[in-house]
Write a protein of this length. Structure first.
Length: 238
């Protein structure tokens, strides 16, 4: 096992876009809050006691974010996000262990705000109802690298990103499904639409649930197919 932390560099060149699922206008309000989501405008105190609006990234593992598989915990663990210059591949691998670099977080600006980073030294517990202004969601790779760096900061152990992938892919797929469901239904109440999707995912189907089936990556396409069939059937109802 390598002792170096991984990075989005490919053949020596950075691929910052690979870190993100969505940024700016690409972000869907229908997507459930998930590890690796970046939010702005949250009033939080700093080291001097001064409170101001800050940006944060959710670093809590997906399975501990919901108390019963559906309802969010009353507080979520986040880290402050601030402006930070780009890091080289070597700096990603062997230094800045307290940071999760977020280069290109704001790709539409040329100011210092274009490149940012999460600082694990500046942690907060935030109620989920304060997480409303989302500006980015990490890709599955981005989530895996975030967790790798967070665990390394906490334990000084380097866990391969693919090990995190195996633990988070079901939750990531679930968020994708909820987002797709809400975008399809568009009842005007996204919260109710998301709850309806989760109810469908958690419903008993012969001693198992679609949510449980997502733990097997081989079943993902089958669950997605079943969901689309369910949505089609609902559309066809008089």
């Amino acid at each position: 096992m390598s002792n170096d932390l991984e990075s989005p560099h490919q053949a020596g060149s950075p691929d910052w876009d690979a870190l993100y699922r969505a940024r700016g206008d690409e972000v869907s309000t229908a997507r459930p809050v998930l590890t690796g989501d970046v939010f702005t405008g949250i009033a939080l105190p700093g080291s001097t006691g001064r409170t101001k609006k800050r940006a944060v990234i959710v670093i809590q593992h997906p399975c501990s974010m919901r108390t019963n598989g559906m309802d969010p915990a009353w507080q979520l663990l986040v880290a402050e996000v601030t402006n930070r210059k780009e890091l080289s591949e070597e700096e990603w691998a062997t230094g800045h262990f307290n940071l999760m670099p977020l280069p290109g977080l704001r790709p539409d600006t040329e100011s210092q705000a274009r490149h940012q980073a999460a600082n694990f030294d500046n942690l907060y517990m935030v109620p989920p109802d304060q997480l409303t202004s989302r500006i980015a969601s990490l890709s599955q790779l981005g989530v895996n690298l975030l967790l790798q760096r967070w665990v390394n900061f906490s334990s000084r152990v380097v866990v391969p990103s693919y090990d995190f992938h195996k633990q988070t892919v079901a939750f990531y797929e679930e968020a994708d499904l909820v987002e797709e469901w809400c975008d399809e239904v568009q009842s005007g109440d996204q919260r109710a639409d998301a709850q309806e999707c989760m109810t469908w995912l958690c419903a008993d189907i012969g001693g198992r649930t679609y949510q449980g089936m997502l733990k097997d990556a081989q079943a993902h396409s089958g669950v997605r197919k079943a969901m689309r069939a369910e949505l089609k059937a609902r559309r066809q109802k008089p």
